[in-house]
Design a protein around this ligand. Structure first.
Ligand code: DX5
Ligand code: ZN
Length: 231
């Protein structure tokens, strides 16, 4: 019922394949893949080549978070590289409905990402094309930032919209949270309505380099917190 999606932004890039294998073996569900372009956000990360390289390493869902502008040109490349979920920021697209359609036509699940100050109404008229709604609980661009508490109110508002849509259509849209998720706040975030949790520094910062199962205890701790929440 809950998904944990470690962000490889905080992984050791010199051993990316191993990091992914370990974190999935430790019980993580998705691999969150942060794409930054030094234009839409002030940082530069990884693209379709890296997605293609890690695809054979894992069966897990690869959740591509596009922090790029424009988005349309690069969407088919990520689909071909093996992405399962592709999300983008409404500010990164001139035609949001078209970009969502492009993702789905490429065979992937589609999602919109909301920055802390971006209003939720961008989702209202495209619900039928959404598989995921992702709320940023930090400003995008860097790992290791602090969770912005106002996001809890925004989560509750997004939860209401998504539940109303599900009651009407029977179709489920996931509600994902990204930024500053830790063992000590994940339960509160789940209670506010999130069902899918990106965690970068909290996961990849855990354990010792030499431990063969270095991510077991942090994933177990995140799950134990989630287990206190109930349905
Ligand atoms: C930020 C990225 C996040 C980031 C999260 O722009 O979208 O996915 O890696 O890192 P933590 O969990 O360290 O806040
Ligand atoms: Zn992200």
């Amino acid at each position: 019922m809950y998904r944990i999606a470690p962000s490889i932004l905080s992984a050791n890039f010199a051993k990316l394949g191993e990091e992914i294998t370990q974190v999935i073996a430790s019980g993580a569900d998705w691999i969150h893949f942060d794409v930054m372009d030094n234009h839409y956000v002030p940082n530069l990360t990884i693209g379709p080549l890296v997605c293609e390289a890690i695809r054979p390493v894992t069966q897990a869902t690869i959740d591509v978070h596009l922090m790029v502008k424009p988005v349309d040109r690069i969407i088919p490349d990520f689909a071909k590289a093996g992405a399962n979920v592709i999300t983008f920021h409404p500010e990164g697209s001139e035609h949001i409905d078209r970009s969502l359609g492009l993702i789905r036509d490429s065979g992937c699940q589609a999602g919109l990402v909301f920055n802390p100050a971006t209003p939720l109404h961008y989702m209202d008229h495209v619900m039928d094309k959404l598989d995921v709604v992702l709320l940023m609980s930090v400003n995008p661009g860097f790992g290791g930032q602090k969770f912005i508490p106002e996001t809890l109110n925004k989560l509750r508002a997004a939860r209401e919209k998504i539940d109303a849509y599900e009651a009407k259509t029977g179709r489920r849209i996931l509600l994902e949270i990204d930024g500053g998720v830790k063992v000590d706040n994940i339960a509160e975030i789940a209670r506010a309505g999130a069902d899918t949790f990106v965690a970068g520094s909290a996961v990849f910062g855990a354990g010792k380099d030499s431990d063969s199962n270095r991510y077991d205890s942090v994933i177990r701790a995140l799950r134990a917190e989630l287990a206190t929440v109930g349905a």
